[in-house]
Design a protein around this ligand. Structure first.
Ligand code: MG
Length: 461
């Protein structure tokens, strides 16, 4: 069939016309755990807007990110590729730092670039963490397909003032003055030391303004929140309100923000033609302790680890009239966003490189079965584990922080459908499954050509 005819038929089957291409909003929390939302079972954090989104859309119970920390996870979300392919992973450094000069290579194609080619207006609000443009201007979101940008270049803890307030007896999450969060609009520094208690509100205003300004054309909004990455700050309206403490205050303010996005979509008359996705970049930062670290619920470990708690996160998809309300138990991942939204927009996938995601539109809209190959759990540049169907095989295990890696001569096997907490190792009972997973891993590895890591280059001293 001729490509144009095929594209037209595809558009017709999805109920799209050229002018009616759906808008796409991806909301990404930072370090929010699998167990931190009401609709994922948190007993005290109140998230009515996300709970409503989940009730009206598809709430995935087995939704993954493709890395266990910020930078590689975000790279994989935007490119639809494991970060090992783009050089956005490193075993030691793990994420880009404020002094880094590396960033997302210009040869990578982002969702924003692919949608821009389909006539979309593209905006990015929030934390980027794919290159520090004050060190390397080419790593700015505006160089990666976004027309509009407002936010921080990196995490909110990466540019501290001199001295250590913890040693001085102060609580870092309460000492706003100690943290420098440089807030930019495009390349313009609008606030060198942004008040972090106002960040969620300011981001939300920018995001809703972007929606209003682009209501008459298809748009893509990538809204990457700074929180609940520590240090934690909430505005006066939310501070001290949650019985979960400051972490609950912060998540409840994020939930308010989600409600404002829905309000804006409805007010602008575009809610019926918009896909909204909510997820997190990695699991909870358990190292932060009881009050400021989140929860992975029943999953093992958290951020930094390839145990489930590090990489299985909330994943909610909402599109009224297209996505039926459901609890979706199929495996899916942020790698799937690229092929899914490109399909919705009527575009085509890059054909000159391996892509790692699966188009979810058939599953989400027509309950079609999806064919999924092995899902790989990388930590830095190393493949630690892989999942195929219900089964997960660990080649290397390591807690998120404070442990050395353990390479297993006999890999560990878990059945995640039966044992999501990874408590019962059963490789001895299923040698055939171990062999099947090892073959799948070998097949995946044959597709990987490692490239030089972008995370090792820093500003010369
Ligand atoms: Mg993170």
């Amino acid at each position: 069939m001729r490509p144009l005819l095929l594209a037209l038929l595809t558009a017709f089957s999805l109920g799209l016309t050229a002018a009616g291409k759906p808008n796409v909003v991806i909301i990404l929390a930072d370090d929010l755990g699998y167990g931190d939302l009401g609709c994922y079972g948190h007993p005290t954090i109140k998230t009515p807007n996300l709970d409503k989104m989940a009730a009206e859309g598809a709430r995935f119970t087995q939704f993954y990110v493709a890395a266990e920390v910020c930078t590689p996870s975000r790279a994989s979300l935007l490119t639809g590729r494991y970060p090992i392919r783009s050089g956005m992973a490193h075993n030691q450094f793990r994420v880009l730092r404020a002094i880094s000069t590396g960033g997302l290579p210009s040869t990578e194609v982002t969702i924003a670039q692919a949608l821009k080619a389909q006539g979309y207006a593209t905006g990015m609000v929030g934390k980027w963490h794919l290159g520090v443009w004050t060190n390397s201007p080419e790593h700015h979101p505006l160089k990666h397909g976004f027309d509009f940008h407002f936010g921080l270049p990196h995490s909110n803890d990466m540019n501290p003032s001199a001295g250590n307030p913890v040693k001085a007896g102060a609580r870092v999450d309460q000492d706003a003055a100690w943290w420098n969060a440089p807030l930019f609009r495009g390349y313009e520094l609008v606030d060198p030391k942004a008040d972090q208690t106002q960040l969620t509100r300011r981001y939300t205003e920018e995001a809703t303004n972007f929606i209003a300004a682009n209501r008459t054309q298809p748009f893509f909004l990538y809204f990457a929140h700074t929180f609940p990455h520590t240090p934690l700050f909430a505005s006066d309206r939310f501070k001290g309100k949650s019985s979960r403490g400051i972490y609950g205050d912060v998540v409840e303010e994020l939930d308010w923000s989600v409600g404002e996005i829905f309000k804006a979509l409805k007010e602008q008359g575009v809610a019926d033609n918009t896909l909204v996705v909510f997820t997190s970049d990695n699991g909870p930062w358990l190292l932060m302790g009881t009050e400021t670290g989140g929860s992975a619920g029943l999953l093992r470990d958290g951020k930094g680890s390839t145990w489930e708690g590090g990489m299985r996160v909330p994943g909610i998809f909402w599109m009224p009239g297209k996505i039926k309300p459901t609890v979706e138990r199929n495996v899916a991942s942020t790698l799937d966003l690229f092929p899914s939204v490109i399909r919705l927009a009527g575009g085509s996938m890059p054909s000159d490189r391996p892509m790692d995601g699966v188009d979810l539109t058939g599953l989400l809209m027509n309950q079609e079965k999806i064919e999924r190959d092995v899902f790989c759990y990388y930590r830095g540049e190393q493949l630690y584990a892989a999942r195929l169907g219900a089964w997960k095989l660990h080649l290397i295990t390591q807690a998120g922080y404070g442990e050395k890696p353990v390479t297993h001569e006999k890999p560990l096997l878990y059945n995640l459908e039966v044992d999501p907490s990874e408590n019962h190792e059963i490789s001895a009972e299923h040698p055939d499954v171990v062999a099947r997973l090892q073959a799948a891993i070998a097949k995946h590895r044959a597709t990987v050509t490692p490239v030089r890591s972008q995370l090792i280059d820093v500003v010369a001293k």
